[in-house]
Design a protein around this ligand. Structure first.
Ligand code: NAP
Length: 257
């Protein structure tokens, strides 16, 4: 009898931040479908539970019950990436449960639009907290275990705005340029460690992040139909993660044709 192939990420544990909707949801679903156990993090419990149910009820990966332990494919964690206390508690719980992730997808993000002169300093700071400082804390906490294991993946969802400047984008650009800089330094420092480090930088992608802007009816923005899909970004993440272990995908930049 022919066996189905074992999915590529079987045995891997992924923590996806901002998994309750948009790109994070698509990434979590793709990693779950590829056999990973997925830890979903965001602030909205109901939305996370819906994503977990989608992953759990999706046609499961081929498993050979005599060889692979039964596993719960998705776990919900309600938390705020800007809260170091709850993030540290989560990572300690995962470590105690021997469930520390070996894949981190730092995806949770804020996208405020305002001219620099109209940007409240509190919003500027919050954007850096969500898009840069919170992700730094999580990867900083995970790095020792990944280094000790000599394997693992740190994936950062950047943006077209981590290299290109648009007016009205000061807080977001500062956070995403910073995230790319952090990624590049980390990649240099991790060379030879077995731990991989990938930056995925999409152009405009049709997700709820655009809801406050209503791009279909606001001049100067691409209509939703001309944007990337969240699944396109998830495909890129999955592709990077499923390269041979000696291949590091440094950076993928996605735009619409
Ligand atoms: N959509 C685009 O055009 C685009 C393009 C390039 C890059 N990106 C980047 O892609 C990432 C995802 O964007 P998206 O479009 O999918 O946005 P989205 O639909 O608004 O989703 C954002 C996610 O982040 C979570 N989140 C926000 N603040 C959080 C916090 N403090 N703690 C924990 N989770 C938090 C949200 O969940 P809760 O509200 O439940 O916490 C949600 O799951 C972001 O980093 C964004 O900058 C997006």
């Amino acid at each position: 009898m022919a066996h189905q192939a074992i999915p590529a990420l079987t045995g891997r544990r992924a923590l996806v931040t901002g998994a309750s909707r948009g790109i994070g949801r698509a990434v979590a679903r793709a990693l779950g479908a590829a056999g990973a156990t997925v830890h979903l993090l965001a602030r909205s419990r109901t939305a996370l539970e819906a994503v977990a149910a989608e992953i759990s009820t999706a046609e499961g990966p081929a498993q050979m019950p005599d060889q692979l332990p039964a596993h719960v494919p998705a776990h919900v964690h309600v938390g705020d990436v800007t809260d170091p206390v709850s993030m540290n508690r989560l990572l300690e719980e995962l470590q105690t449960a021997k469930h520390l992730p070996d894949i981190l997808v730092s995806n949770a993000g804020l996208f405020p639009l305002a001219a620099v002169s109209d940007t409240d300093p509190a919003l500027f700071e919050q954007t850096l907290q969500v898009n840069l400082i919170g992700p730094f804390r999580v990867l900083h906490a995970l790095l020792p275990a990944l280094r000790a294991a000599g394997r693992g993946d740190i994936v950062t969802i950047g943006s077209v705005s981590d290299r290109h400047i648009f007016g009205g984008n000061g807080a977001y650009a500062a956070s995403k340029f910073g995230a790319r800089a952090l990624h590049e330094v980390l990649r240099t420092e991790l060379a030879g460690s077995g731990v991989r480090c990938t930056l995925i930088s999409p152009a405009a992608t049709d997700t709820p992040i655009w809801d406050p802007i209503d791009p279909d009816n606001t001049p100067g923005f691409p209509p939703r139909a001309a944007m990337l899909r969240a699944d396109d970004v998830a495909d890129a993440v999955l592709w990077a993660l499923t390269r041979p272990a000696h291949v590091n995908i440094d950076e993928l930049r996605l735009s619409r044709t």
